[in-house]
Ligand binder design. Structure first.
Ligand SMILES: *Cc1c(COP(=O)(O)O)cnc(C)c1O
Length: 216
């Protein structure tokens, strides 16, 4: 089933779109099946879960962190992940800067945008994003590579469209600002129920769990 799901998705997605297999609560065996079917990037929400999966799957795939990253998990995260998609504060960025420096690596990050302006949700508010990006851009061991957003979840993918459009506009605005050391290359938006709308609105990374692995 995982094999068929991955192949169907890869056939359907435009060539410029990266499929991230969102693997929370999946076993290393399931992730391996996805990798064998052609998944090249795995998204993990929890560092501890990622460590177990990473031990089993290793460098057969690249690893994106897509959850809420606690500062005390950053040291482990910089050892596993190729990209942290969910940077939303300068404090978190400073910790990544420090830990990436000690690990002698540069960490690629996306800035998470709270496009729905939901008080309980992660992400920086759209109107505060550029200021945050200008600050983080000065950190030597971090490369900002784009934006990520979840958007409010209602069940109807059309409801997500305005939030994807707003995030896309912000992406273009920041790209046009030409901030040194900031590349607006990746726009990560859309999940199982909303990825088609997200791609229509400019996403080039989609994070899909249920449609690959089945219901959690
Ligand atoms: C779980 C999750 C996804 C994938 O959700 P599905 O609806 O299962 O496709 C995408 N992004 C993030 C941040 C997630 O936590």
């Amino acid at each position: 089933m995982i094999n068929d799901n991955v192949k169907t998705l890869l056939k359907e997605l435009p060539a410029n779109v990266t499929l991230v297999a969102a693997a929370k609560a999946r076993t290393p065996a399931e992730i391996l099946q996805a990798a064998e079917a052609g998944i090249q990037v795995v998204g993990e929400n929890y560092v501890q879960e990622a460590e177990e999966a990473y031990r089993a799957v290793g460098h057969r795939v690249r690893w994106h962190f897509i959850g809420q990253l606690q500062k005390n998990k950053v040291q482990k995260a910089v050892k596993i992940f190729d990209m942290i998609e969910t940077v939303d504060s300068f404090e978190l960025a400073e910790e990544i800067e420090k830990r990436a420096g000690r690990a002698a690596r540069i960490m690629n990050v996306l800035i998470e945008i709270n496009s729905g302006r939901e008080p309980q949700k992660a992400g920086v508010l759209p109107e505060e994003a550029e200021e945050l990006i200008r600050k983080i851009a000065r950190l030597q061991n971090i490369h900002i590579k784009g934006l990520m957003t979840m958007g409010p979840f209602t069940g109807d993918p059309e409801d997500a469209r305005p939030y994807f459009i707003e995030t896309r506009k912000l992406f273009e605005k920041i790209k046009a600002a030409g901030i040194p050391r900031v590349e607006m290359e990746f726009l990560s938006m859309g999940m199982t129920n909303s990825y088609q709308v997200a791609i229509e609105e400019g996403a080039n990374i989609v994070r899909i769990g249920t449609k690959i692995f089945g219901e959690r």
